[in-house]
Design a binder for this molecule. Structure first.
Ligand code: CA
Length: 351
């Protein structure tokens, strides 16, 4: 009888633990991107898929693209307010609300993707990001890098600083402010109208991303000069997680979520690298007249000067921004020495 009782107890224990471990946690994630905007949204889908598989179905994340929630630039507010548990976006979209969030995407003349990942994961970048986002009651994690973004498509070649004076260009954000300091007439045009604006000479130049995403926009058909990058050397997308939603998850699911986001970020970086190579091969074959250009030294020097001035102005207003920029600067000094003697010299001698 005693034995049977013990057996029954054991059985009920097994049942209850297995029920506890079978509890399904459902999260909702909103993205800035439309449902097919590869490779950006792929990172969100991929993280959700991995989390579900690794948790054996216990962690389910529903991804809502921007056509569903209609608020592509409201992700931080929605995650903060709890309408969504998670978001996939980019930190620099929040610079108007909190300037200290700006450097977690990419800074002009800043770290490259491998350097920036090393900063995030090995040199305190991730901790600084959590510190900045703590006041918004969310956590933020790297969400996939575009790597070096191209400097943009220009209808005319840019040879001197004078060529920039009065040039009409779509280049948003911090880089746009730098260009404005150089005399560029910076305009903001909705993505869907960019091709027509360039085609009808309403603008003379624009920047978007790189071959991977530019090819669908068709700019290469109408603007033959493709300038190399300087302003977004490693634009990192971002996962946002509401702190309360995260705290409700058991420890193993928290870890699964963190690992899923980290792997999804890496996967997006790789996916985009390959998409760039594939798209560029196609563009070059179909439009052999495209010329890849780098901005002359005179222009690069002027951009660097304007960049420095802007950073100083903003840092004076926000000690928190200064702390993040200083951390990146200190790390860049160290890591760039290695990049120079490894990747840079290897490539220089083998291209
Ligand atoms: Ca861009």
């Amino acid at each position: 009888m005693k034995f049977l009782l013990k057996l029954a107890l054991l059985f009920s224990l097994v049942i209850s633990t297995s029920f506890a471990s079978e509890k399904v946690y459902k999260l909702k994630m909103a993205t800035t991107w439309g449902p097919t905007l590869s490779p950006l949204i792929d990172s969100a889908y991929n993280a959700a898929k991995m989390a579900e598989k690794m948790s054996n179905g216990r962690l389910q994340i529903r991804v809502d693209a921007s056509n569903k929630h209609k608020s592509p630039l409201g992700i931080l507010d929605m995650v903060k307010g709890g309408q969504y548990d998670m978001g996939h976006s980019a930190s620099y979209y929040w610079k108007g609300k909190d300037i200290a969030t700006l450097p977690f995407t990419s800074m002009p003349f800043g770290l490259t993707a491998p350097e920036q990942y090393a900063w995030f994961y090995q040199a305190g970048g991730l901790e600084l990001m959590q510190k900045v986002y703590a006041k918004h009651k969310v956590m933020s994690f790297p969400g996939g890098s575009t790597g070096v973004q191209m400097g943009g498509w220009f209808r005319k070649e840019i040879k001197t600083l004078d060529d920039l004076k009065g040039l009409k260009m779509r280049i948003p954000g911090f880089a746009g402010e730098i260009m404005a300091k150089l005399g560029v007439q910076v305009t903001n045009i909705a993505p869907g109208e960019l091709y027509t604006a360039l085609d009808r000479n309403n603008i003379d130049a624009l920047e978007w991303v790189g071959p991977s995403m530019d090819i669908k926009m068709g700019f290469h058909k109408i603007a033959p000069f493709y300038y190399t990058g300087w302003h977004e050397p490693a634009s990192e997308m971002q996962f946002l997680v509401n702190k309360k939603s995260f705290a409700k998850l058991p420890a193993d699911l928290q870890e699964i979520l963190i690992v899923s986001m980290r792997v999804a970020a890496y996967d997006m970086y790789v996916e985009n690298y390959d998409m760039n190579a594939t798209a560029w091969e196609k563009m070059r074959a179909e439009y052999p007249g495209i010329q890849v250009k780098t901005f002359p030294k005179e222009i690069m020097d002027a951009m660097k000067k304007a960049n420095k001035e802007l950073r100083t102005e903003l840092s004076a207003k926000s000690p928190e921004l200064k702390e993040v920029l200083d951390s990146q600067d200190v790390y860049m000094k160290k890591v760039r020495e290695w990049t120079k003697m490894s990747d840079y010299l290897y490539l220089k001698d083998n291209i």
